[in-house]
Design a protein around this ligand. Structure first.
Ligand SMILES: Cc1cc2nc3c(=O)[nH]c(=O)nc-3n(C[C@H](O)[C@H](O)[C@H](O)COP(=O)(O)OP(=O)(O)OC[C@H]3O[C@@H](n4cnc5c(N)ncnc54)[C@H](O)[C@@H]3O)c2cc1C
Length: 480
């Protein structure tokens, strides 16, 4: 049986070689020969709808390799029109739909059991790079946008540490990085969007055109509309990154130095990491980066003034190399398919030292098998209403990016329970979670996550996706 359900299969469907219809009785996709009179014919597509085992298995997996919800088909859209048609079809026939970017969330967020996954990788064109913005398809990886914009001496103002994420994926979540200390999140640097709502309407939105929809979609976890195209801000790029790694023996000295560096915005980029220390335990590293273009040069003394590290390493790399520094490593890790029960929480400034100290009491470097990030972001630069952050002038992101070294299910279950405990403790001190990790959550947790904004969030769902077609993998409204 031909497992592609695209234009060709549809056109030849009458000759009974392809799967051409969905049987509403629940038997799934059927060929023309098998189709009962009430089977529902698919619309003609520019791309293809596939039902082969490899495609379904890929769509039932993600970077976390913990949750596996199998869809009934994967759409590889050939056009935005395909997305409109399939979302309308899903509305008519009770199917659910999840757009999948690069599948780099870790707990099934881009999956849909028994529904249709839309693979955005086939809609991945950088359409235009202008003096201060670019127009890109949602399936474009940030890496491609960075490459295209640097050719014109421009860059997205905020980049995630890893550039292999899709534009639509991070704009649905937030998109945070070291330059967030200057520019907020990636969602704070978007000028306009084209989206397909949960009802299948193709709409444009911006701060002045349908601002409600614009506000809902950016950081809206795919709940209201599928982003198909984005106009994103660009700024002039420097050529070089001078990287200052400042090491501290204890947490409090590092966070104090981070606060100081954030207060006068002295670095172009500010992050921090908890690293295994020689002889056991942790050491604490502030990572400050200054972007510049020779012959200008950073003023080392001014950048380091008052930060008092125990030791300092300074290095220099071309700007692109800096942005793309973790790509090769991540690509090497992917084929190992190791479970990644990540947890990412935002903490109010006043709680961060005590919270992280408590976390570290139970966490050894061996427990994480990965990277632990800790860095501050000014709250006022984060402007999107549905990116839920603690109520504090400065908020810290703590990201425990665990990798379990073997396919050890019991260990994964244990770490999921630990994540839940850490999440509860974060909430108790006014924290929120950054929704890319693996934390077992209930709809009640989501209500708490959005707090006073939950009513607005639920209203937007009723307005733009009244049949709850989109992004069920986030499990915000129900657990089906
Ligand atoms: C190695 C690695 C490093 C990372 N580093 C960072 C970092 O530095 N900063 C940071 O902020 N995040 C980081 N992340 C997390 C990342 O931002 C999220 O996992 C993001 O969702 C991944 O994008 P994606 O394209 O893979 O999305 P997916 O995982 O495919 O999708 C995520 C969610 O968004 C929805 N979605 C996807 N595309 C669309 C669309 N076009 N329209 C509407 N909804 C859509 C999906 O349905 C799903 O609910 C990292 C992840 C990995 C694996």
């Amino acid at each position: 049986m031909d497992s592609r359900l695209g234009r060709r299969a549809f056109l030849t469907g009458a000759a009974a070689v392809g799967v051409v219809a969905f049987d509403p009785a629940g038997t799934g996709w059927v060929t023309a020969a098998e189709a009962a009179p009430d089977a529902v014919r698919l619309p003609e597509l520019d791309g293809e709808l596939v039902v082969d085992e490899a495609s379904l298995a890929e769509a039932a997996d993600d970077y976390g390799h913990i949750v596996h919800r199998r869809p009934v088909a994967v759409l590889r859209p050939g056009s935005v029109r395909d997305i409109v048609l399939v979302v309308r079809y899903a509305n008519r026939h009770g199917l659910r739909v999840a757009m999948r970017g690069q599948g780099h969330s870790t707990f099934g967020q881009a999956q849909v059991r028994g529904g249709v996954v839309i693979d955005s990788r086939t809609l991945a064109t950088v359409h235009r790079v202008e003096a201060d913005h670019a127009v890109v398809d949602a399936g474009v990886q940030w890496l491609e946008l960075v490459r295209a914009s640097l050719q014109k001496g421009l860059t997205p103002p905020v980049n995630t540490d890893y550039l292999g994420l899709s534009v639509g994926g991070t704009l649905s979540i937030g998109g945070i990085g070291g330059a967030s200390s200057h520019f907020g999140l990636q969602v704070d640097n978007v000028l306009a969007l084209e989206v397909v709502t949960g009802e299948g309407r193709l709409l444009r939105c911006s701060p002045t055109e349908r601002p409600d929809l614009f506000d809902a979609v950016l950081g809206g976890l795919g709940q209201f509309a599928i982003i198909v195209r984005a106009t994103v801000r660009l700024v002039p790029a420097e050529t070089t990154a001078r990287v200052y790694n400042l090491f501290y023996p204890d947490l409090e000295s590092m966070t104090a130095a981070q606060r100081r560096a954030l207060a006068d915005r002295r670095f172009s980029y500010l992050e921090g990491q908890l690293l295994p220390a020689e002889g056991g335990g942790w050491q604490f590293m502030l990572e400050g980066v200054e972007y510049y273009t020779p012959p200008a040069a950073p003023d080392d003394a001014a950048l380091l003034a008052g930060l008092d590290p125990a030791s300092t390493q300074v290095s220099e790399v071309p700007y692109f190399e800096w942005l793309n520094r973790v790509y090769a490593l991540v690509e090497q890790l992917k084929p190992l398919r190791l479970p990644g029960p990540w947890i990412n929480v935002f903490l109010p400034d006043g709680a961060v030292d005590a919270y992280v100290t408590e976390v570290l009491a139970d966490l050894t470097p061996a427990d994480t098998g990965g990277v632990v990030l800790l860095y501050p972001v000014p709250r006022d630069l984060a402007t999107r209403p549905f990116v839920s952050l603690p109520d504090s002038e400065v908020v810290f992101l703590l990201a425990i990016l665990r990798t379990v070294p073997t396919q050890d299910e019991a260990e994964v279950r244990r770490l999921l329970a630990v994540n839940r405990t850490l999440y509860d403790r974060a909430r108790a001190v006014g924290g929120t979670h950054y929704p890319v990790g693996a934390i077992p959550l209930t709809p009640a947790d989501w209500r708490a996550h959005y707090g006073p904004d939950y009513g607005r969030f639920a209203r937007a769902k009723r307005t733009y996706d009244p049949r709850h077609v989109l992004a069920p993998g986030q499990r915000i409204f129900d657990h089906r």
